[in-house]
Design a protein around this ligand. Structure first.
Ligand SMILES: [Cu+2]
Length: 170
């Protein structure tokens, strides 16, 4: 019986590993690893991150995201006088043959109006990405702990766990 239990455990880990590298496809688009960082329980909003690769030869555009929050917006991050600010954008273009990253310090999805239901590690946020050409794609944002070693998203944003300021010097 012990062997059976071990085999089942191994299968379980294999499945969860596959699930954490989650990828979605619609038309010519590949959306990889939608995720959000955990927030304080009292947070009013939280950012959502992912990458979109356009394998086709015509540009497409992310024009909106739907999720079960009072408001969901597309944001970009700009820097003025050394201070990072977020502002609303109507759309994010995904050029033909390119990958666009929604990541800390750049474009992101803003889930707003959390109202006492902050994001908890391990939870999922079901959402629908709306692309102008490819259409609507249901995805699930996985909530991951901020600043852990397995957080490879921090690498390309210039963010370091030890220096909050590095984010503003790009
Ligand atoms: Cu934002």
């Amino acid at each position: 019986m012990k062997t059976l239990t071990l085999a089942a455990t191994a299968a379980f880990f294999a499945l969860t590993t596959l699930a954490s590298a989650h990828e979605y496809k619609i038309g010519d688009l590949v959306v990889d690893h939608p995720m959000a960082f955990n927030t304080a329980p009292t947070a009013k909003s939280g950012g959502g991150y992912l990458t979109v690769t356009n394998t086709g030869d015509t540009d497409d555009t992310l024009i909106g995201v739907r999720a079960d929050f009072p408001r969901v917006m597309l944001h970009t991050t700009t820097e003025k006088d050394g201070i990072a600010r977020m502002s609303h954008v109507d759309a994010i273009v995904v050029p033909a043959g390119e990958t666009v990253a929604l990541e800390p310090g750049g474009f992101h999805v803003m889930f707003m109006g959390l109202d006492g239901n902050g994001f908890e590690v391990g939870a999922k946020i079901p959402a629908t990405l709306i692309f102008e050409t490819a259409g609507e794609l249901d995805v699930s944002f996985s909530i991951e702990e901020r600043g852990t070693a397995k957080d490879d998203h921090s690498d390309h944003s210039g963010h370091s766990d030890h220096s909050e300021h590095s984010e503003h010097k790009k």
